[in-house]
Design a binder for this molecule. Structure first.
Ligand code: PAF
Length: 283
Protein backbone atom coordinates (compact mmCIF):
# COMPACT_ATOMS: atom_id res chain seq x y z
CA UNK A 1 0.00 0.00 0.00
CA UNK A 2 1.33 3.48 -0.89
CA UNK A 3 1.47 6.57 1.34
CA UNK A 4 -1.76 7.72 -0.35
CA UNK A 5 -3.42 4.57 1.07
CA UNK A 6 -4.41 3.59 -2.46
CA UNK A 7 -3.68 -0.10 -2.98
CA UNK A 8 -1.34 -0.73 -5.91
CA UNK A 9 -0.94 -3.92 -7.94
CA UNK A 10 1.75 -4.36 -10.54
CA UNK A 11 0.82 -7.50 -12.43
CA UNK A 12 -2.18 -9.22 -13.98
CA UNK A 13 -2.39 -11.81 -11.20
CA UNK A 14 -2.70 -9.08 -8.55
CA UNK A 15 -5.27 -7.21 -10.62
CA UNK A 16 -7.36 -10.32 -11.27
CA UNK A 17 -7.28 -11.33 -7.58
CA UNK A 18 -8.67 -7.92 -6.53
CA UNK A 19 -11.27 -7.96 -9.30
CA UNK A 20 -12.34 -11.54 -8.44
CA UNK A 21 -12.87 -10.58 -4.80
CA UNK A 22 -15.09 -7.66 -5.83
CA UNK A 23 -16.98 -9.74 -8.38
CA UNK A 24 -17.50 -12.44 -5.74
CA UNK A 25 -19.22 -9.80 -3.62
CA UNK A 26 -21.44 -8.86 -6.58
CA UNK A 27 -19.76 -5.50 -7.20
CA UNK A 28 -19.55 -3.71 -10.55
CA UNK A 29 -16.28 -2.37 -11.91
CA UNK A 30 -15.10 0.61 -13.96
CA UNK A 31 -11.65 1.09 -15.50
CA UNK A 32 -9.94 4.43 -16.16
CA UNK A 33 -6.82 3.86 -18.28
CA UNK A 34 -4.13 6.57 -17.93
CA UNK A 35 -0.48 7.24 -18.58
CA UNK A 36 -0.18 9.19 -15.34
CA UNK A 37 0.75 12.90 -15.07
CA UNK A 38 -2.81 13.25 -13.91
CA UNK A 39 -4.86 16.42 -14.08
CA UNK A 40 -8.48 17.38 -13.50
CA UNK A 41 -9.50 15.71 -16.78
CA UNK A 42 -8.39 12.31 -15.47
CA UNK A 43 -9.91 12.93 -12.05
CA UNK A 44 -13.26 13.82 -13.62
CA UNK A 45 -13.13 10.41 -15.35
CA UNK A 46 -12.53 8.70 -11.99
CA UNK A 47 -15.43 10.55 -10.41
CA UNK A 48 -17.70 9.66 -13.37
CA UNK A 49 -16.52 6.04 -13.07
CA UNK A 50 -17.38 6.02 -9.39
CA UNK A 51 -20.91 7.20 -10.22
CA UNK A 52 -21.34 4.23 -12.60
CA UNK A 53 -19.72 1.36 -10.73
CA UNK A 54 -19.11 0.23 -7.16
CA UNK A 55 -15.34 -0.12 -7.73
CA UNK A 56 -12.91 1.90 -9.85
CA UNK A 57 -9.52 0.73 -11.09
CA UNK A 58 -7.17 3.28 -12.66
CA UNK A 59 -4.28 1.99 -14.72
CA UNK A 60 -1.02 3.87 -14.97
CA UNK A 61 1.29 2.75 -17.74
CA UNK A 62 3.36 5.00 -20.01
CA UNK A 63 2.93 2.82 -23.05
CA UNK A 64 6.13 2.71 -25.13
CA UNK A 65 4.27 1.25 -28.12
CA UNK A 66 2.36 4.47 -28.74
CA UNK A 67 5.45 6.69 -28.95
CA UNK A 68 7.67 6.88 -32.06
CA UNK A 69 11.44 6.88 -31.39
CA UNK A 70 11.64 10.68 -31.92
CA UNK A 71 8.72 11.40 -29.54
CA UNK A 72 8.61 12.25 -25.85
CA UNK A 73 8.51 8.78 -24.21
CA UNK A 74 11.65 9.43 -22.13
CA UNK A 75 10.65 12.89 -20.94
CA UNK A 76 6.93 12.10 -20.44
CA UNK A 77 6.18 13.32 -16.86
CA UNK A 78 6.14 10.49 -14.28
CA UNK A 79 5.22 10.87 -10.60
CA UNK A 80 3.39 7.80 -9.37
CA UNK A 81 3.16 8.89 -5.72
CA UNK A 82 1.46 12.15 -6.59
CA UNK A 83 -0.84 10.42 -9.12
CA UNK A 84 -1.81 7.79 -6.52
CA UNK A 85 -2.70 10.50 -4.00
CA UNK A 86 -4.88 12.31 -6.57
CA UNK A 87 -6.61 9.06 -7.56
CA UNK A 88 -7.32 8.16 -3.94
CA UNK A 89 -8.83 11.63 -3.39
CA UNK A 90 -11.10 11.18 -6.43
CA UNK A 91 -12.49 7.88 -5.12
CA UNK A 92 -10.37 5.34 -7.02
CA UNK A 93 -10.17 1.93 -5.29
CA UNK A 94 -7.09 0.38 -6.91
CA UNK A 95 -4.11 1.51 -8.94
CA UNK A 96 -2.89 -0.96 -11.55
CA UNK A 97 0.66 0.14 -12.42
CA UNK A 98 2.39 -2.64 -14.32
CA UNK A 99 6.03 -2.34 -15.35
CA UNK A 100 7.07 -2.71 -18.97
CA UNK A 101 8.04 -6.39 -18.53
CA UNK A 102 4.66 -7.21 -16.98
CA UNK A 103 2.80 -5.58 -19.89
CA UNK A 104 5.11 -6.69 -22.70
CA UNK A 105 7.00 -9.77 -21.53
CA UNK A 106 9.85 -11.16 -23.65
CA UNK A 107 8.54 -12.59 -26.88
CA UNK A 108 5.47 -10.32 -26.98
CA UNK A 109 4.43 -10.39 -30.65
CA UNK A 110 0.82 -9.21 -31.00
CA UNK A 111 -0.29 -5.89 -32.41
CA UNK A 112 -3.91 -4.78 -32.58
CA UNK A 113 -4.67 -2.67 -35.64
CA UNK A 114 -8.01 -0.91 -36.06
CA UNK A 115 -8.49 0.09 -39.73
CA UNK A 116 -10.38 3.04 -41.22
CA UNK A 117 -11.00 5.31 -38.24
CA UNK A 118 -7.29 5.09 -37.27
CA UNK A 119 -6.08 6.20 -40.69
CA UNK A 120 -6.68 9.98 -41.08
CA UNK A 121 -5.60 12.93 -38.90
CA UNK A 122 -3.54 11.54 -35.97
CA UNK A 123 -2.99 8.36 -38.00
CA UNK A 124 -1.37 10.38 -40.75
CA UNK A 125 0.94 12.38 -38.49
CA UNK A 126 1.62 9.67 -35.87
CA UNK A 127 1.35 6.41 -37.85
CA UNK A 128 2.57 4.25 -34.94
CA UNK A 129 0.14 5.77 -32.42
CA UNK A 130 -3.17 3.94 -32.74
CA UNK A 131 -1.55 0.52 -33.09
CA UNK A 132 0.13 1.15 -29.74
CA UNK A 133 -3.04 2.49 -28.14
CA UNK A 134 -5.24 -0.32 -29.47
CA UNK A 135 -2.78 -2.99 -28.35
CA UNK A 136 -2.43 -1.68 -24.80
CA UNK A 137 -6.14 -0.88 -24.38
CA UNK A 138 -7.12 -4.35 -25.64
CA UNK A 139 -4.75 -5.81 -23.05
CA UNK A 140 -6.04 -3.57 -20.25
CA UNK A 141 -9.67 -4.44 -21.02
CA UNK A 142 -8.93 -8.17 -21.09
CA UNK A 143 -6.77 -8.02 -17.98
CA UNK A 144 -9.38 -6.16 -15.94
CA UNK A 145 -12.68 -7.17 -17.64
CA UNK A 146 -14.52 -4.09 -16.30
CA UNK A 147 -18.20 -3.35 -16.92
CA UNK A 148 -17.23 0.00 -18.37
CA UNK A 149 -14.08 1.90 -19.28
CA UNK A 150 -13.93 5.69 -19.44
CA UNK A 151 -11.92 7.88 -21.82
CA UNK A 152 -11.79 11.64 -22.41
CA UNK A 153 -13.22 13.17 -25.57
CA UNK A 154 -10.08 15.31 -25.65
CA UNK A 155 -8.56 12.36 -27.57
CA UNK A 156 -11.63 12.08 -29.77
CA UNK A 157 -10.13 9.90 -32.50
CA UNK A 158 -8.65 7.60 -29.84
CA UNK A 159 -12.14 7.24 -28.33
CA UNK A 160 -13.59 6.24 -31.72
CA UNK A 161 -10.76 3.74 -32.26
CA UNK A 162 -11.35 2.17 -28.84
CA UNK A 163 -15.12 1.96 -29.39
CA UNK A 164 -14.50 0.20 -32.73
CA UNK A 165 -11.97 -2.14 -31.13
CA UNK A 166 -14.35 -3.19 -28.33
CA UNK A 167 -17.18 -3.74 -30.82
CA UNK A 168 -15.07 -5.66 -33.32
CA UNK A 169 -13.44 -7.93 -30.74
CA UNK A 170 -16.68 -8.49 -28.79
CA UNK A 171 -15.10 -7.23 -25.59
CA UNK A 172 -18.00 -7.19 -23.09
CA UNK A 173 -17.43 -3.63 -21.93
CA UNK A 174 -19.18 -0.30 -22.34
CA UNK A 175 -16.77 2.32 -23.65
CA UNK A 176 -17.79 5.69 -22.22
CA UNK A 177 -16.56 9.02 -23.62
CA UNK A 178 -16.56 12.01 -21.28
CA UNK A 179 -16.40 15.73 -22.13
CA UNK A 180 -13.03 17.49 -22.35
CA UNK A 181 -12.10 19.37 -19.18
CA UNK A 182 -10.70 22.83 -19.88
CA UNK A 183 -8.64 25.46 -18.10
CA UNK A 184 -10.36 28.78 -17.30
CA UNK A 185 -9.14 30.24 -20.64
CA UNK A 186 -10.46 27.24 -22.59
CA UNK A 187 -7.24 25.30 -23.15
CA UNK A 188 -8.02 21.58 -23.07
CA UNK A 189 -6.30 19.96 -20.09
CA UNK A 190 -3.49 17.65 -21.15
CA UNK A 191 -0.44 16.14 -19.49
CA UNK A 192 1.60 17.68 -22.32
CA UNK A 193 0.56 21.20 -21.24
CA UNK A 194 3.23 20.76 -18.53
CA UNK A 195 5.85 21.21 -21.29
CA UNK A 196 4.66 24.70 -22.31
CA UNK A 197 6.75 27.76 -21.47
CA UNK A 198 4.87 30.79 -20.08
CA UNK A 199 4.81 32.40 -23.54
CA UNK A 200 3.61 29.23 -25.21
CA UNK A 201 0.97 28.73 -22.55
CA UNK A 202 -0.42 32.21 -23.34
CA UNK A 203 -0.56 31.43 -27.08
CA UNK A 204 -2.02 27.96 -26.45
CA UNK A 205 -5.35 29.45 -25.37
CA UNK A 206 -5.82 30.74 -28.93
CA UNK A 207 -6.39 27.20 -30.19
CA UNK A 208 -9.69 27.05 -28.34
CA UNK A 209 -10.67 30.59 -29.34
CA UNK A 210 -9.96 29.98 -33.04
CA UNK A 211 -11.81 26.67 -32.97
CA UNK A 212 -14.89 28.16 -31.33
CA UNK A 213 -14.92 31.10 -33.75
CA UNK A 214 -14.50 28.73 -36.71
CA UNK A 215 -17.51 26.72 -35.60
CA UNK A 216 -19.50 29.94 -35.25
CA UNK A 217 -18.42 30.89 -38.80
CA UNK A 218 -19.62 27.53 -40.18
CA UNK A 219 -22.94 27.96 -38.41
CA UNK A 220 -23.19 31.43 -39.96
CA UNK A 221 -22.70 29.96 -43.45
CA UNK A 222 -18.94 29.82 -44.08
CA UNK A 223 -17.92 26.77 -46.17
CA UNK A 224 -15.90 24.01 -44.54
CA UNK A 225 -12.99 24.53 -46.96
CA UNK A 226 -12.82 28.29 -46.25
CA UNK A 227 -13.13 27.73 -42.50
CA UNK A 228 -10.35 25.14 -42.46
CA UNK A 229 -8.04 27.38 -44.45
CA UNK A 230 -8.68 30.47 -42.37
CA UNK A 231 -8.33 28.46 -39.13
CA UNK A 232 -4.87 27.27 -40.20
CA UNK A 233 -3.84 30.81 -41.15
CA UNK A 234 -5.08 32.23 -37.85
CA UNK A 235 -3.22 29.58 -35.85
CA UNK A 236 0.00 30.35 -37.73
CA UNK A 237 -0.53 34.09 -37.14
CA UNK A 238 -1.10 33.44 -33.41
CA UNK A 239 2.33 31.78 -33.15
CA UNK A 240 1.71 28.06 -33.78
CA UNK A 241 4.82 26.98 -35.67
CA UNK A 242 3.20 24.05 -37.50
CA UNK A 243 -0.44 23.16 -37.96
CA UNK A 244 -0.71 19.41 -38.61
CA UNK A 245 -4.41 19.62 -39.30
CA UNK A 246 -7.46 21.81 -38.72
CA UNK A 247 -10.29 19.79 -40.19
CA UNK A 248 -14.05 19.33 -40.04
CA UNK A 249 -14.92 15.63 -40.25
CA UNK A 250 -17.90 13.35 -39.92
CA UNK A 251 -18.20 12.81 -36.15
CA UNK A 252 -18.61 9.02 -36.43
CA UNK A 253 -16.25 8.02 -39.24
CA UNK A 254 -13.86 10.99 -39.46
CA UNK A 255 -14.40 10.96 -43.21
CA UNK A 256 -14.19 14.31 -44.98
CA UNK A 257 -17.62 15.85 -44.92
CA UNK A 258 -19.63 18.61 -46.47
CA UNK A 259 -22.89 17.23 -45.12
CA UNK A 260 -23.61 19.25 -42.02
CA UNK A 261 -26.99 17.60 -41.53
CA UNK A 262 -24.99 14.78 -39.90
CA UNK A 263 -22.98 15.30 -36.66
CA UNK A 264 -19.59 16.80 -37.49
CA UNK A 265 -16.48 17.48 -35.45
CA UNK A 266 -13.74 20.08 -35.80
CA UNK A 267 -10.37 18.52 -34.93
CA UNK A 268 -7.03 20.27 -34.73
CA UNK A 269 -3.38 19.50 -33.98
CA UNK A 270 -0.72 22.20 -33.88
CA UNK A 271 2.77 22.73 -32.50
CA UNK A 272 4.03 25.33 -30.04
CA UNK A 273 7.79 24.89 -29.85
CA UNK A 274 8.38 21.25 -28.99
CA UNK A 275 4.85 20.66 -27.75
CA UNK A 276 2.07 19.29 -29.91
CA UNK A 277 -1.44 20.27 -28.81
CA UNK A 278 -4.63 18.60 -29.99
CA UNK A 279 -8.24 19.59 -29.45
CA UNK A 280 -11.68 18.93 -30.94
CA UNK A 281 -15.23 20.23 -30.67
CA UNK A 282 -18.66 19.35 -31.94
CA UNK A 283 -19.72 21.43 -34.94
O1 PAF B 1 -5.09 8.54 -23.43
C1 PAF B 1 -4.16 7.97 -22.82
O2 PAF B 1 -3.73 8.39 -21.76
C2 PAF B 1 -3.55 6.73 -23.44
O3 PAF B 1 -3.52 6.81 -24.83
C3 PAF B 1 -4.20 5.42 -22.97
C4 PAF B 1 -5.66 5.34 -23.41
C5 PAF B 1 -4.12 5.31 -21.46
C6 PAF B 1 -3.48 4.22 -23.58
O4 PAF B 1 -2.14 4.21 -23.22
Amino acid sequence: MSASRLPVVRDVAGLRAAVAAWRGGGQSLALVPTMGALHEGHLSLVRAAKARASRVVASLFVNPKQFAPHEDFERYPRDEASDAALLAGAGCDLLYAPGRAAMYPDGFATNVIVSNVSTPLEGEFRPHFFGGVATVVAKLLLQCLPDCALFGEKDYQQLLVIKRLARDLDVPVEIVGRPTVREADGLAMSSRNFYLTADERRIAAQLNVIMRESIAAIRAGSTIADTEQSGKQRLAAAGFAIVDYFAVRDADTLAETVDLSRPARLLAAAWLGKTRLIDNMAV
